[in-house]
Design a protein around this ligand. Structure first.
Ligand SMILES: NC(=O)c1ccc[n+]([C@@H]2O[C@H](COP(=O)([O-])OP(=O)(O)OC[C@H]3O[C@@H](n4cnc5c(N)ncnc54)[C@H](OP(=O)(O)O)[C@@H]3O)[C@@H](O)[C@H]2O)c1
Length: 253
């Protein structure tokens, strides 16, 4: 049966695979035929994801992306063991609610390292000769926060805007290698991160500032995973350098 999103035999690295959107993406792409390499810090949760994957030949690595200097060695080891990759999804991310008056360089740096610098370093190391296959695809999980202002989200918004800006440039450079690079701009999705945000800002503000504008309601991790799988597949072979909204209408409201 024709399935334009099939990923049979593709080897795909997913960061943030221990929960939420990363986990859901790993499970979906395994069902589409991919061999998945899971990355995050928490081993128990990674094993939970691993057990949910369809098919065989998957693997996991515990790695703290705050150690951005160690990524080069980490990738070298990963490629030696698993060979060249066909795809890379950067779903690892952290958030922070902090007004400008309380935002110190350390706070900014922490969020930029996980959300942005680690993505760039992974791209640099993974797309070296012999590490990434022709017709490969890279997807980073961004946010509508990159395009829409919100109180006390400056560090998070900036880190996601950095991702969107960077992929437009990386996509041009990697086009010669036939590698596509995109981000998806998510609005609120029902994950641990969303629950944590609601505890900080309160249910009332969530209803007023988020749900009233996100008129398809709260998204599910599967809504994000489906778009990521699409961008990884050959069905999206003419899409690169783009930021695709998956936002329940939020940016249009
Ligand atoms: N949920 C939303 O409403 C929403 C909206 C827009 C964008 N996003 C983006 O979607 C992505 C996934 O978030 P989520 O909603 O699925 O939240 P989540 O369930 O909290 O997942 C975050 C993931 O990032 C990993 N991570 C965090 N710090 C890390 C580090 N130092 N090293 C390695 N991995 C690290 C976590 O794994 P460990 O803790 O095991 O390391 C976890 O797997 C994030 O980039 C987020 O910004 C989410």
């Amino acid at each position: 049966m024709l399935n334009p999103m099939q990923l049979q035999g593709r080897k795909i690295l997913v960061t943030g695979a221990s929960s939420g959107i990363g986990r859901e993406t790993a499970v979906l792409i395994s069902k589409l035929g991919a061999k998945v390499i899971l990355v995050a810090r928490r081993e128990e949760q990674l094993l939970e994801t691993l057990h949910q994957l369809a098919g065989e030949g998957h693997a996991y690595f515990c790695y703290d992306l705050q150690d951005v200097q160690g990524i080069e060695g980490f990738v070298k080891n990963l490629i030696e063991v698993h060979g060249a990759l066909d795809g890379f999804v950067h779903s690892a991310g952290i958030t922070d609610i902090r007004p400008i008056s309380l935002t110190k360089m350390d706070d900014l740096h922490k969020i930029m390292v996980v959300n942005f610098y680690s993505f760039i370093e992974l791209c640099r190391c993974l797309t070296r000769k012999k590490n990434f296959q022709k017709n490969g695809s890279i997807v980073a999980v961004s946010s509508i926060a990159a395009q829409q202002g919100a109180k006390s989200k400056l560090a998070y918004s900036a880190s996601k805007a950095a991702l969107d800006g960077a992929v437009r440039c990386i996509a041009i450079e990697l086009a010669a290698k036939k590698v596509r690079v995109n981000t998806i701009a998510l609005s609120r999705i029902h994950t641990d991160m969303n629950i944590a945000m609601n505890i900080v800002v309160g249910e009332e503000s969530f209803q007023e500032n988020v749900l009233n504008r996100q008129y398809l309601g709260l998204g599910e991790p599967g809504d994000a995973a489906t778009m990521i799988a699409y961008l990884l597949s050959d069905a999206a072979k003419f899409i690169t350098g783009a930021t695709i909204p998956v936002d329940g209408g939020r940016l249009s409201s």
